[in-house]
Design a protein. Structure first.
Length: 233
C-alpha cells in the first residue's frame, strides 16, 4: 500500500515523553544502519569479527528483553498522527530503510534524493535492482495520496535503461492519468549526474474500504495535509 494513512490526529497523553522515545529509537536505527554498512565493508581480522559478533548478540539480547510480538503496524506518534515507523523504505525505526524523505510539490508530484551505499549493492558498484524497485514503489505510491486518492499498487513496471551507480540518486514521479479509483503514475530514477537510469510506471487503486477513511500520506515519509474541503478548510 502507499504511505497514505488515516487523516486523523489523535490525543497523546505524553507527547514530550513520546517524542523523546522516538528520538531515541530513531538514533538506535541510525546506529544499526551504520553497523549494517560497516558489516558489509569491514576488513577486520576473523578473530575480531567473532568478538564483535558476540557483542552484537549481547545487544540483541538486551533489545529482545522488551520487544513486542510481531510487526509494529501503525502507531500514534508524538504529533498525534498515525505513523509507519517499521516501513522498510521510510520507517524511523527500521535500519533497513535508507531512509527516504519524500518531498511533495504543488502539482501533486513528488521527489526524493537519497544516498545508497554498500548495503544496497547489486552489480559491483551499482544499486541492486530490488532496492531500486523499493524506492520507486514508495515514491510513485506517494503521488496518488497527494491528490487525495491513496491506493494499493496494482502493478509497477520498471525499465532499467542503464546500471545505477551507488551514491546519490533522485527519484521523481507525477500523475499521468486518473480514472475513477485508478491513478496511473509515471516517474524515473536519476544518478548523481542527472542521467535517467530507470523509467517507471505504476497503477494504484484506491480500495473500497479506504474511500471514506484515507487521505493524504502522514507517514515517516513526511507530513502532508489533507485536501481542503468542508471538513478540512
Amino acid at each position: 500500500m502507499t504511505d497514505g494513512l488515516f487523516p486523523i490526529v489523535l490525543p497523546v497523553e505524553d507527547p514530550d515523553g513520546l517524542a523523546e522515545q522516538e528520538q531515541a529509537y530513531g538514533a538506535l536505527a541510525e546506529s544499526v544502519r551504520r553497523l549494517i554498512d560497516l558489516t558489509v565493508r569491514t576488513q577486520i581480522p576473523a578473530e575480531d569479527a567473532h568478538d564483535v559478533a558476540w557483542e552484537v548478540d549481547e545487544l540483541t539480547r538486551r533489545l529482545a528483553a522488551e520487544a513486542q510480538e510481531g510487526p509494529l503496524g501503525l502507531q500514534v506518534a508524538s504529533d498525534g498522527r498515525l505513523r509507519d515507523h517499521g516501513n522498510p523504505a521510510v520507517g524511523l525505526r527500521n535500519p533497513l530503510a535508507p531512509p527516504l524523505r519524500i518531498e511533495k510539490h504543488p502539482d501533486h508530484s513528488a521527489s526524493c534524493t537519497v544516498v545508497l551505499g554498500a548495503a544496497h549493492e547489486g552489480p559491483p558498484g551499482h544499486v541492486h535492482g530490488g532496492i531500486i524497485a523499493l524506492v520507486l514503489d514508495q515514491v510513485l505510491g506517494t503521488v496518488p495520496a497527494l491528490a487525495g486518492k491513496p491506493g494499493l499498487t496494482a502493478y509497477l513496471n520498471l525499465t532499467y535503461r542503464r546500471p545505477t551507480p551507488l551514491g546519490t540518486i533522485t527519484a521523481q514521479a507525477h500523475i499521468a492519468e486518473t480514472t475513477g479509483r485508478k491513478t496511473l503514475v509515471r516517474g524515473d530514477l536519476r544518478d548523481a549526474h542527472g542521467a535517467v537510469t530507470v523509467e517507471a510506471e505504476g497503477l494504484f487503486i484506491t480500495p473500497t474500504f479506504a474511500l471514506d477513511a484515507l487521505a493524504q500520506p502522514q507517514s515517516d515519509a513526511g507530513d502532508f495535509d489533507p485536501p481542503a474541503g468542508p471538513e478540512n478548510p
